[in-house]
Write a protein that binds this ligand. Structure first.
Ligand SMILES: *Cc1c(COP(=O)(O)O)cnc(C)c1O
Length: 425
């Protein structure tokens, strides 16, 4: 299934296969260059990137402003550790907290580390602020969640592949169905609940979009029961879904409408990663207000690379690009257009069951079983036609191009997608 026609590409696939752990099953294509919405393989063939490294590359590949900031900082000072101050971290912290309107930020590197950070903060808050008995705090999570790959995080996954034979598992998590308000209300009855951690749209699960009022109602219930509302926006955040944050819904405020309680499900803890660096560097962050973040004191959490000067410079540049280029609005408009066009096609065919998503985070469901291989085969043909996407399940393909795409490019992509799907009718 991994064979490619190009000898050159096969060489790189073979050495990965021989020397790398087999913890991924990549689509057989070997990339060597990227720019904006495009990537090129080792034979010089150009593709539209419709995965954007799982939404890390929202600002487009090798964005000059981001790469420029990284290059300049890398030549000046790369790492001090947090044993000393540096002249970049504070600037980043000020910038990102004003940008998302939270009191404080705790910078980390990968998404999973930021999730772990949120879990630690929530537990400590439960003991020190809510008065939960020590070692008893529970965090409510949902079925089919994806929050990363650490031992603790996979402990509350229900993907057997991600969990099996990795036990013993970390306790302290209660799982309820997604998009199920009565289940949340019931779980929140316990007096040992630290918080509710949730993705506003479930990306890895296949771009599941919950009810419009799910996030707001969840936030209200958490508030009522004195539990933290924790939003994992690592994939949905930073303009991907047509707003700065997906908890912002479909309004135009770009996450800046926290006074409009009706539309913004403001989290108590906001988790960001991926596009926080535009794909240039691992940068993640946890944001919260003082009454939550204050539970963390010196020596209680950290990371050698967390908040390093390069990450700080890259983080500021990556967020600036989102605003300068109006990427939330572009994602919203192009997303509406994309779903309308795919829906027109769906009217004419039985191959595709539906398209769903928000902004430029979308997925199509293929008329096949979850264990089927049609989605994989479609992705191979899409590759042949110059567009790279990846199934999230046997019958679901996610479409998430960089947000710097324009309408002409999207039209060309829609034509490629429909042409390819027609080959499977
Ligand atoms: C990708 C992702 C993570 C994990 O991020 P890593 O950088 O891969 O550790 C966590 N939560 C969500 C929603 C994600 O999409």
């Amino acid at each position: 299934m991994n064979a490619v026609e190009s000898k050159k590409a096969q060489h790189f696939i073979d050495i990965e296969d021989a020397h790398g752990a087999h913890n991924y099953h990549p689509l057989p294509v070997v990339l060597e260059r990227g720019e904006g919405v495009y990537v090129w393989d080792v034979d010089g063939k150009r593709y539209y990137d419709f995965l954007s490294a799982y939404s890390a590359v929202n600002q487009g590949h090798c964005h000059p402003a981001i790469v420029g900031a990284m290059d300049q900082q890398a030549r000046t000072l790369t790492l001090t550790s947090r044993a000393f101050h540096n002249n970049k971290l504070g600037e980043f912290e000020k910038y990102i907290t004003e940008y998302f309107k939270f009191d404080k930020v705790l910078p980390m590197n990968t998404g999973a580390e930021a999730v772990e950070t949120a879990i630690k903060i929530a537990r400590k808050w439960a003991y020190e602020k809510k008065g939960v008995e020590e070692k008893d705090a529970q965090i409510i999570v949902v079925d089919n969640n994806f929050h990363g790959r650490t031992t603790t995080i996979i402990s509350f996954s229900n993907d057997e592949n991600a969990r099996k034979n990795f036990g013993p598992y970390t306790p302290g998590f209660i799982k309820i169905p997604y998009n199920d308000m009565p289940a949340l209300e019931k779980a929140l009855q316990q007096d040992n609940i630290a918080g509710f951690m949730v993705e506003p749209i479930q990306g890895e699960a296949g771009v599941f979009v919950p009810a419009d009022d799910y996030m707001r109602n969840a936030r209200d219930l958490c508030k009522k029961h004195n539990a933290l509302f924790i939003a994992d926006e690592i994939q949905t955040g930073i303009a991907r879904t047509g707003a700065l944050l997906a908890v912002c819904g479909q309004c135009d405020c770009q996450g800046h409408c926290e006074r409009q309680e009706a539309t913004y499900a403001r989290p108590d803890i906001l988790i960001l990663g991926k596009a926080l660096s535009g794909g240039a560097y691992p940068v993640s962050a946890v944001l919260a207000d003082n009454h939550v973040m204050d539970v963390i004191n010196p020596g209680q959490h950290g990371s050698t690379f967390g908040g390093n000067p390069v990450a700080a410079a890259v983080g500021v540049a990556a967020l600036q690009v989102i605003k300068d280029e109006n990427l939330a609005q572009n994602a919203r408009e192009l997303g509406n257009y994309f779903r309308a066009k795919i829906n027109e096609y769906i009217e004419t065919t039985d191959t595709v069951v539906l398209v769903r998503g928000r902004g430029l985070l979308n997925a199509i469901v293929i008329n096949d079983s979850e264990e089927g291989d049609t989605a994989w085969n479609i992705c191979l043909r899409l590759r042949d036609h110059g567009l790279l996407a990846k199934p999230t399940h046997g019958n679901i393909i996610r479409f998430a191009p960089p947000l710097v795409m324009n309408k002409e490019q999207l039209d060309e992509c829609i034509a490629i997608i429909i042409k390819t799907l027609k080959e499977f009718e």
